[in-house]
Ligand binder design. Sequence first.
Ligand SMILES: Nc1ncnc2c1ncn2[C@@H]1O[C@H](COP(=O)(O)OP(=O)(O)OP(=O)(O)O)[C@@H](O)[C@H]1O
Ligand SMILES: [Mg+2]
Length: 390
Amino acid sequence: MDRELNPFKPGSGLRPPALEGRAQQIDAFDLLVARSKRRNYDRGMVLSGLRGVGKTTLLNTLADHADRHGWLTITLEARPTDAGTAAVRAKLSQELLVALRRYSRTHRIHQIVDPLIDIVRSFSLGIGLGPATVTLSSAATAGSGDIDLDIEELVEAIADALKPRGSAFGLFIDEMQDLDSTLLSALLAVAHRAAQREWPFFIIGAGLPNLPAVLADARSYAERQFLYSTIGPLPHAAAAAALRDPIVATGGDITPDALDMLVEASGGYPYFLQEFGKAIWNAAANNPFDTDDAELAVDVGRRHLDDGFFPSRWTRTTDRERRYLTAIAQTGEEHPRSGQVAERMGSSTTAISDVRDSAMRKGLVWSPEHGRIAFSVPGMADFIRRQPRP
Ligand SMILES: Nc1ncnc2c1ncn2[C@@H]1O[C@H](COP(=O)(O)OP(=O)(O)OP(=O)(O)O)[C@@H](O)[C@H]1O
Ligand SMILES: [Mg+2]
């Protein structure tokens, strides 16, 4: 088929041609927004799942929805390194300034928003950001340097301004497991206070499967603070629709058998669905696409994954991390015990704890339960087993 028309989009956070199987989360968020207009404030939401399962896409969809309903929204992506931490803090205040300016223009409420902009500027200074030459209005607070206090004052001021309008402040945080612990604790504490004082402030987070545990470690009440939702592979019907609907909408068609083959090969993982969808569109000689096309598409799609999706993770590892990941893959188990992995490396659990931690920080593995380890990237174990032995 004509490559120019190919509707599929394998990539990071790219809006898919059909967003399937996420009605439950979208409906829950719609309800949160609708209730917030009536000043009934629910808990924020946390979406967690493996790599490539569609968390960023869903988070962006929810943020767009909130925007359309007149919320003040900002979106952040956390980073694991120290340099990343400073960048995220800088981005927080910068995004807030941009969002407030945009909000003030769209809603024509300069008198309400301008003082908030001053507060954000002093907040930037308080956390060691921004030009030292900024002059603060006398009303400006949130510059104490104590991040807990400053964020609280900032959120309170914004919430006070938005509440009478039935609007709300939504902070959307991607890769939230990587947020630095001080900022994370401060944000959770403010969201907690916001809930008690009925401030319209919501954190909507997305991240790897260890995110709920990271939040619980940061603040014990985090377990009750959010509506938690696991974002998994798509069930068969949704996965089939994610492939078939864009094909049909773009003037193609696919036989049920060919569709089943692609769904099966993808395991319902959204990233893989996009990759196989793209491959069958480009490979198909005739319309409707048949099982010969599907077979070829699975081959081509897998090759693409082996050239991009997996190596982009694999090449970021050190030699020792590779040996660790290989040992996990060699167990053949989905959630092997750490002891088993250590044994394969001819070592002890304590001796490999540093490499386990570094692989975790890189978001390659996570611990589904105490003493067990698993890949955060679906299909990673098979990819590693396909690699030539060094
Ligand atoms: N519900 C869905 N239906 C069909 N395709 C989807 C769906 N959600 C996401 N996708 C597609 O899957 C791919 C991966 O999505 P996304 O980047 O949001 O995943 P992610 O979970 O954020 O991954 P990572 O953990 O690597 O950041 C994208 O190409 C996107 O278009
Ligand atoms: Mg993502």
